[in-house]
Design a protein around this ligand. Sequence first.
Ligand code: ADP
Ligand code: MG
Ligand code: MG
Length: 941
Amino acid sequence: MIINKKRNSMSKIKYVYTFGGRTAEGKADMKNLLGGKGANLAEMCLLGLPVPAGLTITTECCTDYYENNCQLPASLMPEVWAAMQKVETNMNLKYDDAENPLLISCRSGARASMPGMMDTVLNIGLSSKTIPGLIKKTNNPRFVYDSYRRLIMMYADVVMEKAEDLDPAEGKGIRKILDEKLDEFKRSRGYKSDTDITGNELKQLAEDFKALVKKYLGVEFPDDARAQLEGGIKAVFKSWNGKKAVSYRKIEGIPDSWGTAVNVQAMVFGNMGDNSATGVAFTRDPSIGTNVFYGEWLINAQGEDVVAGIRTPNPLNNDTKNDQNKHLPSMEELMPEAYKELFDIRCTLENHYKDMLDIEFTIQESKLYMLQCRVGKRSGKAALVMALDMLQEGLIDEIEAINRVTPDHFKQWYLPVLNPIIEATHTSIAKGLPAGDAGAVGKIALTCEKALEYSANGINCILVREETNPEDNDGMFASQGILTARGGMTSHAALVARGWGKSCIVGCDAVHIQNNKVTIGGIEFNEGDTISLNGAKGFVYNADIPTVDPDLTDSRLVAFNKLFEKYRTLGVRTNADSPEDAQRALDFGAEGIGLFRIEHMFYSKGNEEALELLRNTILSKNFNRDLLKKDIKKETDSKKLDDYQSNKTKYETFINNLTRLQEAIKIETKGTLKVMDGKPLTFRLIDPPLHEFVPQAYETEKIEALSKQKGLSFNELKKILEDLHETNPMMGLRGVRLGIVYPEITEIQFRALFEATAELKKEGCNPQLEIMVPLTIGVEELKHQKKIADKTQAEVETKFGLKIDYLYGTMIEIPRATLLADQIAEVAQFFSFGTNDLTQMTLGFSRDDVTTIVKNYVAEGIIAADPFETLDTKGVGQLVKMGLERGRKTDPKLKIGVCGEHGGDPASIEFFYQAGFNYVSCSPFRVPVARLAAAQSAIKK
Ligand code: ADP
Ligand code: MG
Ligand code: MG
């Protein structure tokens, strides 16, 4: 719509922005229009840095191209050729000229960085017309034919195959075919490296390549420079919808509608000989964050050779040397002048952008050129270290430092590592580059399909590959760790894994993959064998080493926590049901327990006795309550008298079982209350439907076993189980409804809690008990249960001779409760929003079966995100706000929290903060992230 309006009001849209010399039509803050690469190339020109001239075609043009049925807008090419004249003047070269030819690259560049996801073609403009002139001018036929064979490879792959939607011949793409041709040639000559190939050989290879292109793609490689340029532009636009780009956008949440820009830029050559080179660098160490210049480079090479891991790259300087590359000379040593210039540029850029940057450069015959800069991706560790360092250096202020660390970054400080004690008892079988900090243990997966399969079955796995490329993203995401044979610290695997906080080791040359087997350090493994990775040190182990929690006393972590905690006002509690979980959450900074689910005691290992007690209780609840009320003294019928008596015995058994259960609950809660001493613990009355704890009526074998164990007949037991069956248990006898139908179940819970509290008080502790009623639909249920609570409280107070304080509250998780929240607040002293059930009931999505629906709804854009992960603020959010407002109207000081999954989700946390919640509660592992997200929400406001 917006585009149409503009079209009507303007005669022609400006699609092309030039840059070069010290001027540019664009600048850094025009990323939406020019893409990140284009905007930053312009900015570097404005900063006076040496950037080869070029032009950027806008992302708007890409959108128009797609709206226009994949046709370039008519005005585009004339505008491009006009801008090319500027580039020619700037470079003092001429495109498609026989004497003095200009070559160009066609580079993709979206708003958000999508490293390696889209395509770039180098050396465009080489043809039978321009090749002789370039040879004459450079006197370097080897260089010219090296560039030519690269052009053919990239162009055939990107422009002629992918952009034409051709299915790769014989299951392999043209790029692979040409790569194999090159490898085969090198092998036949005994060459180790691309640089060993002579000029004449490259000339012949280029001819062979063209023949292969004709053979497999059915068309001639274009020999017309102007046609090449137009083809390159179209191909870059096309690559926006390439398979890997689409999959990356999905994972990173980048909208499909953004489109990519195209940068057409004068080529500079790192492959002109030994005084030429190309490299990639980070202005600081992206994996641990230290303030050292960090990079890799290759002599006599072109751009992508470094990232692709074709040769082991040289270290940039001493700071970058490691076990794999320390024998190779650094740029600092070999080209001190160019290095000095690059180092100065590093400082200029950091001072200007006030952040760590990722840069690409090329040296053509000793002259340095800058080809790219962008804010660099970094590990979570590095993000925090850099934020603190830059704050101290005065580069950024406190608020900026806090915002520099995303919740995902921060999470990585709390990542598991290999158990160091067990690790010390093993010897590593191989060592590679430490590219992703976490420790991981799992089964070897040699393909992404296998990794996805393991992951779907809940099995931890390690993806082991020669190297990875963007097509592997799904498989990498599904794995706990990634191990590659090739690639450096800036390889695809390293960049991606670091971003996701995965364990990752790259460039491990002791890894050899062959036919469904992999040899690591001389030991043969099959897919499915278990290995462990220490991603921080790069060690691979032939062992099942369990992972453990990280070091929380690290001084930088402590300092950062202190920094942002100043700003946080929203409370952060945890959902914990055991002393261990409670302790972990406290270590992670939780301020209380927002949800203690008593039913977890029956599922937990080592607590089988409690489950037995509960089962006995459930199985003994087949008494008739109405019969109990009858006055049997007047009864004369002996049959009826027997019935009364047997019903009474049944009831007594039920009560007896409950009393024993009460004791178990007391012991269980007392342990956690003690760990939480002085901090609130919100106990939720038992919530799930009872059939969850006994076999289903159709599970004959289980029924048989249980009936023997319980001394019941098979049919008797089956009848009980059938009575428990509900068609829709999620909306059935659960939550407070259980407590209404069986008030005894409520009573023993209150008594257990009050007695635990009383005992702890006697021991000198300070228990802060909060009790909440689940699944409430109105104030009447609360009143009903409160009577039981009051009576029990009085009895316990008398028994122990002390007063018990506690808060009586409720979950708000049924839409009706949000509507009647004003009445509910007359009795409830606090609300805890159960956003899982509230989401389920509001959307009518069964939370246990909804995966397929949600996947399709998100893919179709019907809902923005999985509503069970990120609160549906549009719909459910309205109910939450209404519940809060109505509750606070009755009681302005009403304490309000949330204990659903959303309590640990940063986007939802921002919503709860803004709505005026007192606290969020989430699982222990999410507590740190929740604290940071809460602080960042406060800062944002
Ligand atoms: P990506 O976004 O995947 O990094 P780029 O567009 O940056 O792709 O290009 C890939 C490689 O080619 C990079 O190493 C880049 O530096 C190099 N390159 C791109 N354009 C030129 C050019 N005009 N001259 C020399 N090298 C170039
Ligand atoms: Mg790049
Ligand atoms: Mg619930």
